[in-house]
Design a protein around this ligand. Structure first.
Ligand SMILES: [Zn+2]
Ligand SMILES: [Zn+2]
Length: 79
């Protein structure tokens, strides 16, 4: 199961590029967009991104893709 999750992550990047922490702009479940500095975004260890209402509601704190814990996304540093 974990292997599948990694395949999914690497497939998004270009060949030879390591998976990096991407700042997704919308929930993978309900597609609700959130601003880049939103504190409502939650990510799992494989960087699946969901909104807080989905995580605290139907997802019950767990990523539906890899089963991992979803945690508040670190805020992007302002440039
Ligand atoms: Zn959502
Ligand atoms: Zn996940």
């Amino acid at each position: 199961m974990a292997q599948n999750a990694w395949d999914r992550v690497t497939a998004r990047g270009q060949i030879g590029e390591k998976p990096v922490l991407e700042m997704r702009e919308s929930c993978e479940r309900c597609k609700t967009p959130f601003p880049m500095d939103s504190i409502d975004a939650m990510i799992c260890r494989y960087e699946c991104t969901f909104c807080e209402p989905c995580v605290s509601g139907p997802l019950n704190g767990h990523c539906p893709n890899c089963g991992g814990n979803l945690q508040p996304r670190p805020k992007r540093v302002q440039k």
